[in-house]
Ligand binder design. Structure first.
Ligand SMILES: Nc1ncnc2c1ncn2[C@@H]1O[C@H](COP(=O)(O)OP(=O)(O)OP(=O)(O)O)[C@@H](O)[C@H]1O
Length: 538
């Protein structure tokens, strides 16, 4: 039963009739869906199932090829985002729409800035902004702060606050918590409860099933552009949800047995940059996954960037250890090569066998207008050439293998990457590193936006890489994922590595407590038992 609306309990606020969308292929077909005032409707499905396309049609960013919509009894054909907003239909997209150089207040009230005799009324502006921020528990943010100075989680919250207007009737949230801390997520959920009590309908798009179960009244599942199920959330388990999404049982988070760690491959000693990363020391061992937990803004991503040479450290060093002559997996006292302040550039890191997968697809250098084939093999042409000649057959076989293994949803390997859904683009980024010979792979939120079925495939690939003796470092906001996959978990807080737990030592609570702790509290020495190193300039 849909929840009752304050105005009318049975008539939908929005009715979607037989909506279809064709690009070069059909990506939505025959979608019929009713949205009721005051409900949270979860929209879920595998990567490429059509969730974003349907959301964009609701919000005027795309127009349907077939079918139509009725909003409150009136035909609804929004031709643009502005048009949809005039009808009270708003969307918080994954890509933030804020202007970084403007202040929080200016972003919040853009287009509605209070003026008097041509002068901007700053006091009125800040008062209005404060009221809007308070709605979402952001009372501590100064409305005069330029958005660029906020952390990414806070920016996401400002984006959400911007869309919480009094005239909002339908709010579409696309993966809204991807960047949020647990505390910010709670504020958001409280705000959603206020909105639904006022009769606002929420469409909530997410791959985070536990969130969907927590917040949604009903769930709609898309598969291959078709709506395969709409039902009340009450009584649905996560397994039920997964089975409806992918049509099979997926056990993505089985806990791995502890891996046998080999010698140290790479270490950091007192690595730091400004206050973002403060003197971090750690050692990555062949055959193990070292997890990094921490809140948004704790320095996790910055640490990975220093290890990869994407930013240059201003203190400390990185040491690389040669592969031991014997293949036995035991800590070897080999001499390492120490690089003061770490790699000078990503090219240097890649040449040394260090790779990076991040969830930030923009910085991955995906060539959006180029086919999947080119993007997947670009990072290592030697894998698809012989004697300096590109071997088309070899390339095709390799790429077909990735597409099959990772379930990349595409027409063919020749489809431009820019036409893929977000999660499928992420799989292409990952595919790049599957065939590369490398000793260390750094992963920053590698499964963000990736659906549950594909995530299981990625976990299998990480297992394989570890068993082949690669050292993996994996940053993740998903503690369950880290606890299932990692052999050790380091926790960052305020730029410092404040604790390192061995498998079997941690609990969700202890990891969270460390993430919220002040640096200088509990600390472990993660470099104990490091082999010796000699200083050298790379
Ligand atoms: N501009 C476009 N041109 C061609 N195909 C497109 C375009 N935009 C999206 N598609 C295709 O439409 C399908 C649905 O994509 P959509 O982004 O709606 O999926 P999604 O369910 O939101 O996926 P994800 O979970 O990865 O975000 C995909 O196969 C995608 O490749």
């Amino acid at each position: 039963m849909p929840p009752t609306s304050p105005t009318n309990p049975t008539t939908p606020l929005l009715a979607i009739h037989d909506v279809g969308k064709d690009y070069t292929a059909t990506v939505l077909d025959g979608v019929n869906l009713a949205l009721f005032a005051g409900e949270v409707l979860a929209l879920t499905g595998e990567n490429g199932a059509g969730k974003s396309t349907l959301s964009k049609i609701l919000c005027g960013l795309e127009q349907p090829t077939r079918g139509g919509m009725v909003l409150d009894g009136q035909t609804y054909t929004p031709g643009s985002r502005r048009d949809a907003e005039r009808h009270g239909v708003r969307m918080v997209m994954q890509e933030l729409g804020l202007v970084p150089t403007l202040t929080v207040a200016e972003n919040l009230l853009m287009g509605r800035l209070p003026h008097r005799l041509g002068w901007l009324q700053r006091d009125a502006l800040h008062a209005a902004a404060r009221a809007q921020l308070a709605k979402i528990g952001l009372d501590t943010i100064d409305p005069a702060t330029p958005v660029a100075q906020l952390g990414i989680g806070q920016q996401q919250m400002v984006e959400i606050a911007r869309n919480l207007q009094d005239d909002t009737r339908i709010l579409v949230l696309d993966e809204p918590t991807a960047m949020l801390t647990p505390r910010e997520t709670n504020y958001l959920f409280e705000q959603i409860a206020h909105l639904t009590a006022r009769g606002v309908a929420i469409v909530y798009v997410s791959h985070r099933l536990e969130e969907l179960r927590r917040i949604a009244d009903r769930v709609a599942v898309l598969r291959d552009g078709r709506l395969v199920d709409v039902r009340p959330m009450a009584g649905m388990s996560e397994d039920d949800l997964v089975q409806r999404m992918v049509g099979r049982v997926v056990s993505d988070l089985e806990h791995r047995p502890r891996r046998a760690a080999g010698p140290v491959v790479m270490s950091a000693e007192g690595l730091g940059r400004g206050t973002a990363v403060q003197d971090v020391s750690l050692a990555l061992r062949a055959g193990e996954i070292f997890g990094i937990a921490g809140l948004v803004g704790s320095g996790r991503t910055e640490l990975v960037r220093l290890l990869f040479g994407a930013d240059r450290a201003d203190r400390g060093s990185v040491t690389l250890y040669p592969e031991p002559a014997n293949t036995e997996r035991q800590a070897s006292p080999a001499m390492g090569c120490t690089i003061p302040r770490g790699f000078a550039s990503p090219l240097q890191a890649i040449a040394a066998g260090v790779g990076l997968v991040t969830e930030d697809r923009k910085s991955q250098g995906l060539l959006l207008s180029q086919p999947i084939r080119i993007n997947a093999t670009l990072s290592d042409l030697s894998a698809v050439s012989r004697g300096g000649w590109l071997q088309r057959g070899l390339e095709n076989r390799l790429v077909q293998g990735f597409v099959r293994k990772l379930g990349i949803r595409c027409r063919s390997a020749e489809q431009p990457v820019g036409q893929l859904s977000g999660g499928n683009q992420q799989k292409v980024v990952f595919a790049r590193w599957l065939h590369r010979e490398g000793r260390v792979l750094l992963l920053d939120e590698p499964t963000r936006g990736v659906d549950v079925g594909a995530r299981a495939e990625l976990y299998g690939e990480l297992d394989r890489m570890a068993s082949e003796g690669r050292a993996l470092l994996m940053v993740s906001s998903d503690l369950h994922e880290l606890m299932a996959m990692a052999d050790r978990i380091g926790v960052m807080s305020a730029g410092s590595l404040v604790a390192v737990f061995e498998r079997g030592e941690w609990s969700e609570q202890s990891l969270l407590a460390a993430a919220f702790s002040e640096p200088g509290g509990r600390a472990a020495d993660p470099t104990s038992s490091l082999p010796s190193s000699s200083s050298a300039t790379a």
